[in-house]
Design a protein around this ligand. Structure first.
Ligand code: DQA
Length: 148
């Protein structure tokens, strides 16, 4: 079965409680369940991982080819603006990915305007709230269906 890997970075486990004016009130669990259901509806397995630790995300990316992951959806959260290491991990596996941000990072502090991922992503979804994950999943599914 084709696989999509949904990765979320630091503090995304706090969705629902964290700055609801910016991030909304849906929990990560709800978002993950919605993404899993979206995959299930078309026979695609969705594996979800959130971590506050950079190395955990890097290891999941490194193991993705062996796990038959065909597409990655990632919200690197604060690592977006800092992590050359996660960027290098994504480059090392050559699996296409979409970068998602719940908030419009370009309308926020200047340190959020730069991403270490956007120039190597297949696409970037910014500022559409949790629905951004749904659109990213649609993109991943369309890509997998085109290839298989
Ligand atoms: C975020 C935006 C980042 O700047 C921030 O550090 C996050 C979440 C978003 O989804 O809007 O943790 O990636």
């Amino acid at each position: 079965m084709a696989k999509i890997l949904l990765l979320n970075g630091p503090n995304i486990n706090m969705l629902g409680k964290r700055e609801p004016g910016i991030y909304g009130d849906l929990t990560l669990e709800t978002i993950e369940q919605q993404c899993i259901a979206q995959g299930e509806a078309v026979g695609i397995d969705v594996t979800c991982l959130q971590s506050n630790a950079e190395f955990v995300l890097i290891e999941a990316i490194q193991q993705a080819p062996e796990a038959d992951v065909e597409y990655i959806v990632i919200n690197p959260a604060a690592f977006t603006h800092t992590s050359v290491a996660i960027r290098d991990a994504l480059l090392s596996v050559s699996i296409p990915f979409v970068e998602v941000h719940i908030s419009n990072v370009h309308a926020r502090e200047t340190f959020r305007h730069h991403s270490y991922f956007s120039d190597i992503a297949s696409g970037v979804i910014v500022g559409l709230g949790p629905a951004g994950y749904h659109y990213a999943m649609q993109t991943a599914i369309a890509h997998i269906q085109k290839d298989n």
